[in-house]
Write a protein that binds this ligand. Structure first.
Ligand SMILES: Cc1ncc(COP(=O)(O)OP(=O)(O)O)c(N)n1
Ligand code: 3NM
Ligand code: MG
Length: 213
């Protein structure tokens, strides 16, 4: 399993991080986040471009991967490491053609092993399952039972990312079921101490390691 797709996967939230996008993301990186996804659904293209470019630099300073949600053109424009695509987003084929063989392309599979098989067959770099638990960030997301994730672990050699309602308290169950990375929004950006929350989540994979300060 590639080490670069393992550990805490922080997903930005424009509302929760308002005015503190870079500072709060840096706190998560210092706490141990290894992957960051820029997720901003607004139509403010100039701001999105500026923020994504700044986040890319920040992530690379910390040796973390930087991915863009949904927007293949933005990922290309800011030279992100890759893109995360849902079932209603651009196709894997289009994204691969635009971003190239080295790009990391992750695909949402919800609770479906059939979607995961199609993504694996199409050349995805990781498979995302969720929502593992009720999510305040996406309350309408349908639940992916832990046994589905465990079955995906048995079937697929690709990295598995789990998302939805993950907190330091339930992270261990998700990792034990086979997740290589934990994608998190609320439990990071709503924490009183983002660095400490990130460190607690990151410790799921490196119990002996503490975070950097
Ligand atoms: C790591 C990860 N997994 C799943 C998603 C959800 O993607 P999608 O279904 O396209 O929904 P939106 O995030 O675009 O609302 C994700 N973003 N990241
Ligand atoms: C963006 C997203 N996608 C999901 C899915 O199930 O595909 S759940 C989700 C929200 C994740 O945020 P939180 O850590 O706050 O629950
Ligand atoms: Mg999407």
């Amino acid at each position: 399993m590639p080490e670069r797709l393992r550990g805490l996967y922080a997903i930005t939230d424009t509302a929760l991080q308002q005015g503190r996008l870079l500072v709060s993301t840096e706190a998560a990186l210092l706490g141990g986040a290894r992957i960051v996804q820029y997720r901003d659904k607004s139509a403010d293209h100039a701001r999105r471009h500026d923020e994504a470019g700044a986040l890319r630099q920040l992530c690379h300073r910390h040796g973390a991967l930087f991915l863009v949600n949904d927007d293949v053109a933005l990922a290309h424009a800011v030279r992100a490491d890759g893109v995360h695509l849902g079932q209603g987003d651009a196709t894997l084929r289009v994204a691969r053609a635009q971003l190239g063989a080295q790009a990391v392309i992750g695909i949402t599979c919800h609770d479906s092993l059939a979607l995961a098989q199609a993504a694996a067959d199409g050349g995805a770099d990781y498979l995302a399952f969720g929502a593992m638990f009720a999510s305040t960030s996406k309350p309408q997301a349908r639940t992916c039972p832990l046994p589905v994730l465990a079955e995906a672990r048995r079937r697929f050699a690709l990295p598995l990312v789990a998302i939805g309602g993950i907190t330091p308290d339930n992270a261990g169950q998700v990792a034990a079921a086979g997740a290589d990375a934990l994608a998190v929004i609320a439990a990071l950006w709503q924490a009183a101490d983002i660095h400490a929350a990130a460190a607690a989540l990151a410790r799921t994979y490196s119990p002996a390691m503490s975070s950097t300060t």
